[in-house]
Design a protein around this ligand. Sequence first.
Ligand code: 2B7
Length: 657
Amino acid sequence: MMDSSASTPSASPSKAKKGSSVSGYTASDITVLEGLEPVRKRPGMYIGGTGAPGLHHLVWEIVDNAVDEVINGHATTVSVTLHKDGRTVTVQDNGRGIPVDIHPTHGKSALELILTTLHAGGKFDQNNYITSGGLHGVGSSVVNALSSDMVATITRTGGKFVQEYRRGKPKDTVKRIGDARGSGTSIRFTPDVEIFGDLVLDPELIYEHLEVSAFLNKGMKVIFKDDTSGTRTEIQHDGGVLDFLEHTITLRENRKTTDQVLHIERKQGPRLEIALAWTDAPREYFKSFVNGIPTRDGGTHEQGLKDAVVKAVRNYIDTHEISIPRGLSISSDDIREGLVAICSTFLVEPQFQGQTKDKLNNPETRGQVDGAVRPILEQWLHTNKSTADAILMRIVMSAKARQASRAATDQVRRKSATTRRLNLPGKLADCSNSNPTECELFIVEGDSAGGSAKQGRDRLTQAILPLRGKVLNAEQAPLKKVLNNNELSDIVRALGCGIGKDFNADRLRYHKIILLMDADSDGHHIATLLLTFFYRYLRPLIEDGYVFLAQPPLYKVEAGGRTHWASDDAEKDAILAKLPARYKVEISRFKGLGEMMPKTLYETTLAPDKRRLLKVTIPEGDRLETEQVITDLMGKDPSTRFREITSWMDLVEDLDV
Ligand code: 2B7
């Protein structure tokens, strides 16, 4: 093991400011005041929610303030007690004690200002006061606001001082209750049942949070008393992130590639501590933190570390002329496979990114971390020849495995799916799922409707085939002519099941074939042509229940703040009849599917849980009659066609599928 600590001693930075009192900080340093009502009104804004995570957030806020006193060199110990009720918590530190002197202009103690006003922080925290997580050290007032009871006990300047609060409001001014030696802060609080109901705290979660804090702040002593189980645990990790690394590897049951572990600690510039080791893990595994906050999605600090590792290893391979097997190329992924790393840095102004703010975004950090790690890692590899060899063997092995597995998958792919996929029509927007029982093909009339459907669909399971040209009337055409019709041959290719003597239902690519046409006479005509084609040439698909008609809305009825959809006049009238007379009603008629927003099309017509489909069936025992209908409807004699036209919907049956 090697420790490459930078040369600067780790003196605790003193936060004393020129012109301040002996304590280095007085009540007059407090800025910006705002009451706590907004916190009780909208707790979610401050702690994310009022469920279990929000409840635990209260504990992290107070604990992190105590840890800050340690980080900034004023305290050594943090103790946390979870009381018997499972909800009340006492946090204590042996730091300087929150100042209790009276603020000259506000006439209140600094303690009261800190615990009862929002955004009251010391002026120092903009300059050089680094905080561990939380609301940048101003979270204690938020916790107070959301606690039914809070008691702050401060020891400083030879005395013990107490102030109590009820739902964030002080019961009285700060009182000196006696003499005391030393200094420190103790805060006891009970989360308000009015806010959190009867939720209780989870001792295991508290333990985990404290443990991570102890790993990231080496030397800090943490005492956790859990009165719900009568246990008391002391956590202290003098090995810091090095201990964290060992702990992580053991927990994940990985084995190290070599016993050697790299540990880097930079004390110049932003504090940075990294530990890493290669293991037999099948992937890389990074745990990164900024100011003690886990950055689950990594970010620039993690990227800088990855850059450094990859470049240092490549540089080592180049300068030592390590021979790599012929034809084997080593990727960054190969270099990082099995790497387990902990990366913790402390920044004055961290910027977070992403929905959950789990990613560090400070651009300068990437180069700084790379710059701090790379030379040390290179040096480490140079001076530990056997370690470097073992790591390189590990890397070459992963490159070989990757190459072999890539070749194998390529071969499998070539043999199966691609050949069938290559035959698919170009205008088909296929779905990504390849299990036919879960897949649906929408045959859509017109390019613009096809476009909306492509955008609005569920890409996983819904494929779209837009029809552009004329659909041939298959009633009057031989198979050869049918296959010469672009639209019909595209349908056959998309379905994958063949036609005529090649027909094989087992190869059908979608178990729902849904015809989606405008709700007008043109749309009905095309649907009829398609159904004729299915009936004449792919009848088993109808018989086995694979063919459906979609029911797009024709009318949108807006009334009383709600939107209703109707697919014909009768449905529209039924909706109107049910609406209270006092409602102002707005009716709009869609000219075609292409007019609909993709989202609307999805919600009214495509979404499996909202749409209504009509399943096309051939009524049992009525086969001859159906045959007659088709002949009459689609055959050459216009008079029979007219007779049948109104009754053709008898072919279909209303279904919610
Ligand atoms: C930014 C605010 C919240 N604060 C101080 C000083 C010490 C101190 C605190 C604390 C949690 C439970 C026990 C500074 C910092 C307020 O200003 S908060 N210790 N511990 C804590 O909250 N523990 C302080 C300068 C001089 N003297 C004291």
